[in-house]
Each structure stands twice: as structure tokens, then as C-alpha cells.
Ligand binder design. Structure first.
Ligand SMILES: [Zn+2]
Length: 599
């Protein structure tokens, strides 16, 4: 990506019953306010945690867990219940219990007992009620809280996290737990092998990337975290990039200088192993802040709300899938240019490889946003022409100006989506990927995937003027804005897709950004935003893939090899196949066989 910059608590506690509380929350979060905060209420032995205006979780006497939810604006009741339970049987039971009447009203809350919830919603419910629970490499660690009046039993814990209360015996044996009676504050570990899939996934993730040890302290300059440098670690990558989320050279260097000064480091290139580096809490990315920090609380709530949406449509051979493939630059817009390596040349070559693989191995329909006059060259030829590239609007737009080009790309994507049914497709079977290579601090390397962060998608946007009015795609829908449901769902399904891409890249041994390969916004020059190509794009599953960092010499050396680009293309196609429930492995093994050094 080489584009100029463009254009978030914890609430009070209310002593109200669950439904009333939700109504209060809906009032509080209505309108244009940031849609996230938490309210916890305890009346008698019932505790309710509000996740969002449409979702809360309660625990009552006997440790009964109930999810209370209503459809998001713009969502039908039927598809809402299907989303929460993922089972036709559960759906019938809920409709029967609710006597059908309340369900006809879209703003009414529906109560769903824990046992009827889908795996995904069980995890959301547990994380909402027990934010102190943590996965590590060995299992899920549940902290006994006694939210419903008395400490939750081993039976209940087994039921919640493994799906079967009888597993309490194995949990007891594995943890050498002496007493059947649990106590408030006790940590019960549920071994990975017993966990339901959703919780086990967290254990696998924690095993792959254990959280870093940060200690929090305070001095006259304010609160800070202490990180002790490990052998071989540098201040730029191990501290600034990792903990502050900054990536661009000027941002990383400036922050490194500030942190060095604060920590009493005289020479940033000669920091002893174990040296305590002081990072101001305000500079930390939300996920690294103390547990009670408002930014972290808001971030975790947002994650829970977004986690409600993953792709559930299956199409293993990608039949009916429309793949809008955007080579991020072309024409006069060369993108990043480092040591003679032009971003536009290689991202167009990558798009051609992806198109070819999809045509040969799947039934997907591919729509390229950009095409030069000459067709794609073969997989063993050097990258073809990109200088004559045009955005394929009606009529096409010769890529004279990068920003105008970006606008036509998303107008075109929106038009493809609007007309997708005419081509046998559907919204849920439409995916957008914009391919780029980045120009970041040289210490950063590997692939990163940007997704549209929900909170950055508010407002309405459109372009006017002759050049825009001349294109059919603009006239079709000149203005873009999103409902709350569209924003939340877009972040959820896009994250799902992004995680599939990261997983296939990892399996293929392709370099990935070391710390946070999936990001929901750009951070640069003290500002945060979602790139325009995602910001105004209406295709729900949409990502911007930064294949590598052109400023990193190793990444640059890889990008110019055909074998690497072919592997990236295969991994991206494999991710798409996995996103729609297929097996991407075949695609990757074909890549491994052909992985002899070329060019
Ligand atoms: Zn780019």
C-alpha cells in the first residue's frame, strides 16, 4: 500500500433486571455514540453483562447461563435465531418457548439457554461473563467467580467448556483438584483435549503466540509498562512495532527515540539483554494495556460483538462464488517503489496467478478490477505490462490518478455486488481481495491483512463531478453508508477470511508479520483509519492483503522470484477454499512440489 492518510469504556452499574438493563443499554448506545461499553448488574443472584445493544449474557441461580439477544437492525428474526443457534431443532424450541408472538417484533429480546447456543455463541457467552479466563498452551483456565451467588461447580464448568458435565472427573484428575467444592478465586484448568472446539481453538492460538510478560508501574511521568529485552531483540521491532502497533519508519523511529529517552537508554543499538524498557501505557496497543484499562475493555467488548459473525456458507469447489480481485496499482500509479522494484508490477502479476489458479482448480467467477491492454502472461514468464492498466468500470478508467483509481475500484466492487445475482451469485458468496506490497520500517517483514474495523465505517460518502458521473457504476449507487449490522458483520466475516489467509500462509512457510498479521485499521502519523478501498466497499468479506514489505531487503528479494509469487497465489486460493469449507491443502502441496528455485 502506498496511499496518503485519510480520513472508541466501561459504564456505570445499574441495579436492574436483565431486560430492563438491555433497554437502558439500547438507549445509551443509540444514535451516533460509540456503540460499545459495558454495564453489569447484579440483583439477587443474577448477573447480566451487556455486550452490545443487541446482546447480553446472564447467569442466575444454579449457574443457569442465558443469552438475551435481538436481531441487528436490518436482520430478519429467522436468520437471527439461526445465527445464534445454528440448529433447526434449537430454533423450533426457541420459537415454541417464546409463543411466537414476541418473535414477530424485531426489537424484542429472545432468551436462549446456553445448551441451545452454537459453539461460537457459547464462547462469546463465557468470555462476556468471565473476562479473567485465559487460554494457555495447556488448556483453558477458568477463574471461579461465584457470579450467581456461590462458586460455580466443577460439573457446571465441565458442562460449559466441554459440553458434558460428566467430564468434571477428568478435569479434577488432570488438575489434581482435591475438593469437589470450588472456591472463589480458584483457577480450574480444563485440559485442551477435553475442550469444545471453540475453546480449544484459543488454546492452540495461545500455544502459537504466548502473551509477552509486561509489568505495570507508575512514576511521576505517569503509568508505564516494563518489558525486558530478550537476546537478539531490538528496540524497533521487539518493542515499538510489537507493543505500539506502529509500522512506518518515521513513526517507529520517533517512538523508539521517545521510549529510549524515557527508559534511560543512551545507545539504542547497544541495549543489554534484560534491560527494563519503559513503554508509556498511552502508547500501548489496547490489547497490551492493563486488564481494567478503558481502551482494552472497549476492545475486548468489540471483539466479542464482532465474533458473532463468521462465514457459514459452504462451497468447497467455490461454485457460485464471485471473487473480486484487485491488483492495487497500475497505469501511472506504480505504488511503492524501492530499489527499482515497483509494487504495481508485482501485484498485477500476483493477481494474474490467482486468476489462473482459480480458473484451473475451482468454479469461482473472477472479476478483475484492473486490466492492462495485454492479457496475463504465463506462470513462467516475467511479469507482464501494467502501464496500460485501466479500472474496468463502464467506460474503463485509465489509471492516471491513484486516488481517483481507488474510488473507481470500490465503485466497481459495489456494482459487482449489486448485480451479483444476475450472474448466479449471492452476497454471502462474494469476496473482495485487494493485493498490495507495503513500504514500512525495514525491520518489519512478512504479510499482513487489513480488515474493515467496524468503528471506522460510520457516515456517508460519495463522489460527484463529471468524471464520476460518466461511469455507470457510480450512477448506480453514488452514495455509500452502512447500517450497524453491516458494519459489525463486515468486520466479523472479513476477520474470518483474514485468519484463513494467515493460516494458509503460515502452513506454506511464507513470511508473516511477526506480531499482529491481521489489523482492522492503519496507524500512521498519530491517526487511525481504514484504507478507502475497504472503507467504502459494500462486499461484506473484504480484505487488503499486504503481501510483504518492500523496504525489507529479504522480502524484496523474495517478491521478485516467480516461485515465491506462485506460492503466495496458491496460498491465497487455498485460503478462499478453506473460507468456504473446503480443503485448501491440495493447493498448497502442489505449491511445495514446484518450489524449486527459479528466475
Ligand atoms: Zn499499495
Amino acid at each position: 500500500m502506498n496511499c496518503p492518510p485519510r480520513s472508541g469504556k466501561s459504564g456505570p452499574a445499574f441495579a436492574l433486571a436483565a431486560l430492563l438493563l438491555s433497554a437502558v443499554a439500547a438507549f445509551l448506545f443509540g444514535g451516533t455514540r460509540a456503540a460499545f461499553a459495558e454495564a453489569t448488574a447484579a440483583k439477587g443472584s443474577r448477573t447480566t453483562v451487556v455486550v452490545s445493544p443487541e446482546l447480553s449474557v446472564s447467569i442466575a441461580d444454579g449457574d443457569e447461563v442465558v443469552l438475551s439477544a435481538r436481531p441487528l437492525p436490518g436482520e430478519g428474526v429467522d436468520s437471527f435465531v439461526q445465527r445464534v443457534t445454528e440448529s433447526a431443532k434449537a430454533k423450533r424450541e426457541i420459537f415454541a418457548q417464546s409463543a411466537g408472538t414476541r418473535l414477530l417484533r424485531k426489537d424484542a429480546f429472545v432468551s436462549v439457554p446456553y445448551r441451545l447456543l452454537s459453539e461460537n455463541y457459547r464462547k462469546i457467552a463465557m468470555e462476556a461473563l468471565f473476562p479473567e479466563d485465559r487460554a494457555d498452551a495447556r488448556g483453558w483456565n477458568h477463574r471461579v467467580t461465584g457470579l450467581a451467588g456461590k462458586p460455580e461447580s466443577l460439573w457446571r464448568i465441565a458442562e460449559w467448556f466441554t459440553g458434558d458435565g460428566a467430564n468434571y472427573r477428568d478435569i479434577r484428575i488432570a488438575g489434581e483438584i482435591r475438593s469437589l467444592q470450588t472456591e472463589k478465586g480458584q483457577t480450574v484448568r480444563i485440559p485442551a483435549a477435553l475442550l469444545s472446539p471453540a475453546f480449544r481453538g484459543e488454546v492452540e492460538a495461545a500455544a502459537a503466540a504466548p502473551p509477552p510478560p509486561l509489568e505495570f508501574r507508575k512514576d511521576e511521568k505517569g503509568r508505564y509498562a516494563v518489558y525486558r529485552l530478550q537476546r537478539g531483540e531490538a528496540l524497533y521491532s521487539a518493542v515499538v512495532v510489537r507493543f505500539t502497533g506502529r509500522l512506518h519508519a518515521e513513526d517507529v523511529n520517533a517512538k523508539a527515540a521517545e521510549i529510549a529517552e524515557r527508559s534511560g537508554i543512551l545507545d539504542v543499538h547497544a541495549i543489554p539483554v534484560g534491560f527494563p524498557v519503559k513503554i508509556p501505557v498511552d502508547d500501548l496497543a489496547a490489547e497490551f494495556r492493563p486488564r481494567d484499562d478503558p481502551a482494552r475493555v472497549a476492545e475486548e467488548k468489540s471483539r466479542l460483538e464482532v465474533a458473532q459473525f463468521v462465514n457459514r456458507v459452504r462451497a468447497a469447489d467455490l461454485s457460485g462464488v464471485t471473487f473480486v480481485l484487485d491488483a492495487g496499482h497500475g497505469g501511472r500509479d506504480t505504488g511503492a517503489l524501492v530499489e527499482g522494484v515497483e509494487e504495481a508490477r508485482y501485484v498485477y502479476d500476483l493477481a494474474c496467478r490467482v486468476e489462473r489458479l482459480l480458473a484451473r482448480n475451482t468454479r469461482a467467477r473472477v472479476v478483475m478490477t484492473v486490466r492492462p491492454d495485454a492479457p496475463c502472461v504465463g506462470r513462467n514468464a516475467p511479469p507482464g505490462d501494467f502501464r496500460t492498466a485501466k479500472v474496468m468500470t463502464t467506460p474503463p478508467y485509465p489509471l492516471e490518478d491513484a486516488t481517483t483509481g481507488v474510488n473507481f475500484r470500490w465503485y466497481l466492487a459495489n456494482s459487482v455486488l449489486k448485480n451479483v445475482e444476475k450472474h448466479g451469485g449471492s452476497e454471502e458468496k462474494t469476496v473482495f481481495v485487494s493485493i498490495h506490497t507495503d513500504s514500512l520500517h525495514p525491520a518489519v517483514r512478512g504479510a499482513m491483512v487489513y480488515i474493515p474495523g467496524e468503528k471506522f465505517l460510520r457516515g456517508s460518502f460519495g463522489k460527484s463531478g463529471e468524471i464520476y458521473a460518466a461511469r455507470r457504476e457510480v450512477r448506480e449507487a453514488p452514495q455509500v453508508s452502512f447500517s450497524r449490522k453491516e458494519r459489525v458483520r463486515a468486520e466479523g466475516v472479513s476477520r474470518d477470511l483474514a485468519e484463513k489467509i494467515v493460516a494458509t500462509f503460515r502452513n506454506a512457510g511464507l513470511p508473516l508479520h511477526e506480531f499482529a498479521p491481521v489489523r482492522r485499521n492503519v496507524i500512521r502519523g498519530g491517526r487511525e483509519w481504514v484504507p478507502a478501498i475497504l472503507r467504502y466497499n459494500r462486499i461484506p468479506a473484504r480484505v487488503l492483503l499486504e503481501v510483504c514489505n518492500l523496504n525489507n531487503p529479504e522480502d524484496r528479494k523474495l517478491l521478485v522470484t516467480r516461485s515465491y509469487r506462485e506460492k503466495v497465489a496458491r496460498s491465497l486460493v487455498a485460503a478462499l477454499v478453506e473460507f468456504y469449507g473446503g480443503e485448501g491443502k491440495d493447493m498448497l502441496s502442489a505449491s511445495a512440489k514446484e518450489d524449486r528455485p527459479q528466475s
